[in-house]
Design a protein around this ligand. Structure first.
Ligand SMILES: Nc1nc2c(ncn2[C@@H]2O[C@H](COP(=O)(O)OP(=O)(O)O)[C@@H](O)[C@H]2O)c(=O)[nH]1
Ligand SMILES: [Mg+2]
Length: 271
């Protein structure tokens, strides 16, 4: 890989606290261990301290404080900061090109409206990535996998991000070391099976029937569209899980347009 001129982008997206910044550092180290060069890009203008030293940092160009000084609250200031960072995107891209790494891992803010609803986040990501291969890793905190409604709700959010970013997306359960053994063994590996998630929704007691039917329909659509393929459990305390994530990403990022959408499993026929 050394001397390769193609830079591949791994964009980590997920709610605040889902483990993006931690995974940025750990995954970068892991990939470097295989001899590839990795640059980390912090795109969170509100990050106060990071568990890794970013090679490129949006905070060198824009901070939330300057927008809070103009009277915006923390959330509004963050969104304004990301929107305004578009003016600096070419400088960030130049900084990446100067390093010319095999991979760039992009750490993003946890304000989900940036990537699930608004156009600002996706526009910035597209401008940074350009024509290079890129994939999203969507982090779903293990806590959402304790009951079926949590799973449907966080997978729906994951699908909103996929619709907005329009990149191949790997959905991971982060902090998988916190999962109960039975969820890890009997639930996560079966999420891609037809009817499995709907079955979990059906098996719940004490749910309003309208809500049950809504969750059921959404689960069905997420499955039949091919969106819920493989959901990868990942823990920074389990190097094997990082290896598996890296293998998935290599598969997607090397394959280019053949893997344009989610169905990147070898058995899948694409969408
Ligand atoms: N148990 C466990 N904790 C984790 C893992 N990854 C991250 N964390 C913790 O989750 C918290 C939030 O992580 P952070 O990377 O700041 O999340 P971010 O807001 O998405 O960037 C921190 O206390 C991390 O130490 C993991 O794989 N397992
Ligand atoms: Mg963070």
């Amino acid at each position: 890989m050394v001397g390769s001129s193609v830079t591949r982008f791994i964009v980590l997206v997920g709610p605040a606290g889902s483990g993006k910044s931690t995974l940025t550092g750990e995954l970068a180290d892991h990939i470097r261990g295989f001899g590839a060069s990795v640059a980390t890009l912090n795109y969170d203008p509100a990050a106060s301290s990071l568990p890794y030293s970013p090679d490129i940092d949006v905070r060198d160009y824009v901070t939330v404080e300057e927008f809070m000084d103009k009277g915006l609250g923390p959330n509004g200031a963050l969104i304004a900061a990301v929107d305004s960072s578009f003016s600096y995107v070419s400088r960030l891209r130049d900084a990446i090109d100067d390093i010319n790494p095999d991979y760039v891992i992009v750490d993003t803010p946890g304000q989900m409206e940036l990537f699930a609803y608004r156009v600002g986040g996706p526009v910035v990501v597209r401008a940074i990535v350009g024509e290079d291969p890129a994939a999203t890793v969507f982090l779903m905190d293990a806590v959402f996998f304790e009951e079926p409604m949590g799973m449907v709700s966080v997978l729906t959010l994951a699908s909103s991000v996929a619709i907005r970013l329009q990149l191949p997306q790997v959905n991971i359960v982060s902090k998988a070391d916190l999962l109960r053994g039975e969820v890890l063994e009997d639930v996560i590996p079966r999420l891609g099976e037809e009817g499995f998630l709907e079955g979990l929704v059906d098996s719940m007691g004490h749910v309003d029937e309208f809500v049950r039917e809504l969750a059921r329909s959404i689960a069905g659509a997420l499955h039949s569209s091919g969106f819920i393929g493989e959901v990868l459990p990942v823990s920074i305390h389990d190097p094997d899980s990082l290896a598996l994530l890296y293998a998935k990403l290599q598969q997607i990022l090397a394959a280019g347009d053949d893997y344009r959408f989610y169905d990147y499993s070898p058995a899948g026929g694409g969408t």
